[in-house]
Write a protein that binds this ligand. Sequence first.
Ligand SMILES: [Zn+2]
Length: 107
Amino acid sequence: MAQERDFSEAFPQSLELTDDDSILQIVWDDGHTSRLRLDALRAACSCAVCQGHHPSQSLNLKPEQFPDMRIADIAPVGRYAYHIVWSDGHDTGIYTLKMLREMESSA
Ligand SMILES: [Zn+2]
């Protein structure tokens, strides 16, 4: 398993909900800005409920399934991830910095 922070040493400087709370905007300390649609972020949840323990168990979530998705709570997990609680009650998602950084800006 790869180390959690081997991708770069970039760290979020600020997190902000923009565009009527539909976009999570992350400004990284290396100057990069990520703008992530919440529906895409919700669909990308890597927890065992959403992805299963085997690819055949994956729910194959699509952003279209999550219109008007909102973040109910977001909290850092150490210095490597964020725990996001969604407005649909889903609260087992851990989003690593690597995953957030590598997600395509979708807006
Ligand atoms: Zn999940």
